[in-house]
Write a protein that binds this ligand. Structure first.
Ligand code: RB5
Length: 143
């Protein structure tokens, strides 16, 4: 189950992502927002990140204007590794090396064709493990 979240700046791409996931036969759960009316991206990032933390969802695709704000909020949650990507190679490496469980995209920064390419690549790329596993473990800190 893929958790979807956006603010108003990412709303249109979130809707397009649903259609893409349907086409790919992947299930999703939408944590909002519901329109292009102005909202605060942390509200949606936190709701969707909690669903991944709890295991209700396996991973997520979060979208705001830049992908930055929504990834910053998501990354405050232990176990969430949100990668804000603007080029396909970053999306691919975020899976291969970082085991990113959230792909964050910026609707105002990339056109849909590029966003779709990143989503497809991110979904199909496995985590490489090995030396990267140790590094993933070191991301988490106790405060
Ligand atoms: C909203 O205007 C915009 O700031 C937001 O979508 C995002 O780009 C923040 O990082």
């Amino acid at each position: 189950m893929i958790a979807l979240a956006s603010d108003h700046g990412g709303f249109r791409y979130k809707e397009r992502t649903k259609a893409l996931l349907d086409e790919l036969g992947l299930s999703w759960k939408d944590f909002g927002t519901e329109s292009e009316d102005s909202v605060d991206y942390p509200d949606f990032a936190h709701a969707a990140a909690l669903a991944i933390q709890s295991g209700a969802c396996d991973r997520g695709i979060f979208i705001c204007g830049t992908g930055i704000g929504i990834s910053l909020a998501a990354n405050r949650h232990h176990g969430i590794r949100a990668a804000a990507c603007q080029i396909p190679e970053a999306a691919r490496l975020s899976r291969l090396h970082n085991d990113a469980n959230v792909l964050a995209l910026g609707e105002r920064l990339v056109d849909w064709d590029l966003a779709e390419q990143m989503i497809r690549l991110w979904l199909e790329t496995p985590f490489e493990g090995g030396r990267h596993e140790r590094r993933i473990q070191k991301i988490e800190i106790e405060e």
